[in-house]
Write a protein that binds this ligand. Sequence first.
Ligand code: HGY
Ligand code: MN
Ligand code: MN
Length: 421
Amino acid sequence: MAFMELSIDTVAVTADLDGIAACTSSPIPGVTRILYSAADMEARAYMRARCAAAGLAVREDGIGNLFARWLGSAPDLPAVASGSHIDAIPNAGRYDGTVGVVGALEAIRALQRVGFTPRRSIEVVIFTAEEPTRFGIGCLGSRALCGAFTPEQLRAQRDGAGRALEDLRAEAGFAAPLEDVLLPTGFYHAFVELHIEQGPLLETEGVPIGVVRAIAAPASLRVSLRGIGGHAGTVLMPGRRDALLAAAEVALAVERVALGVGSPDTVATTGVLHIEPGTLNSIPSAATLEIDVRDIADEPRDAALRAICTAVAEICDRRLITYTIHQLNADPPATSDLGVVEVIVHACEHLGMHYQMMVSRAYHGSLFMARICPTAMIFIPCRGGVSHRPDEYAAPDDIAGGIAVLARSLAMLSLESVPQA
Ligand code: HGY
Ligand code: MN
Ligand code: MN
């Protein structure tokens, strides 16, 4: 494919990133797009229109995963797919996920502009609910696509307000059977996801492309504590069973475990803390913590989980607090397919772009796509490694460079079978 000198339309890419960023339920520059919210539905409609404008055949499954297919000359062969997510945690940035969605669409448009004809169809995939915000578990859409979540597990999902996924998806207009969400193995020939690194490595090393060889193993716990509430003024200190103070000790234990147990790659974060009744002059009677624990290998991650559970038991026994620990997920890490990695490396070399192999400490839809097809990821730098903050930023040239590597990779995968690793 020496003839194929691709040009990436950075004006169109920026316009599409801005178009999605405008769909937010929080004031700019922060972006908030929670599953099935008005902002989420607006962004979906925006991307449906942009994919249709590129002549792609668009469909959505029963939970809102969106697929936009560029039919190839051999439409019955397993397609090549690329994409990411457009949902965003509260007050986040505008590049997390969207670079991979807009990038996949622009890769197709760039190939169309040079008259490339795909042999295997190329399909944009927008995973529903990659972020854990609404249902407390990440990658809801890609879990369902690969069968890591069954229809029964999907039906059991309740959001923070106790609303059922079943009702929420119906209200959002997704009525297709949940049983049809699962993609059969072999449905895709390969999957490639473009994403901002969400870390500082590429920027620090001055390298424009990261080729991801493995994706970290995420886990999360929900710890519920119950003490005894009461009047803040009339209940003396001795004998109090203050649920918030127990929670505070648990959060500090989470930090201590991450620093002392597992490996240098073990990270643990208490990202959510709710207390009841939550009034100034009432002793907290209950507290709920949501704890995110990761490592690039599952053994040290699991050692950290065990140590956190031991700490919860010790703290609660000492403070006479009752507790429950619910493990929301503990997923194995994913390893990229060497054949797809080779294609991405070849694309970098053809384009004369420096790259480096690396691990993704964040999780992505690719973590689950790797269970049903050969998968790899392309990273681009983001300023200061910042993500999940309004000041998240990726430079247009870096985005264009990532899309050029993605476009060439998708073209190669579309024409050839993935080299046997
Ligand atoms: O949390 C993550 O790793 C991803 O950004 N949702
Ligand atoms: Mn994210
Ligand atoms: Mn993401």
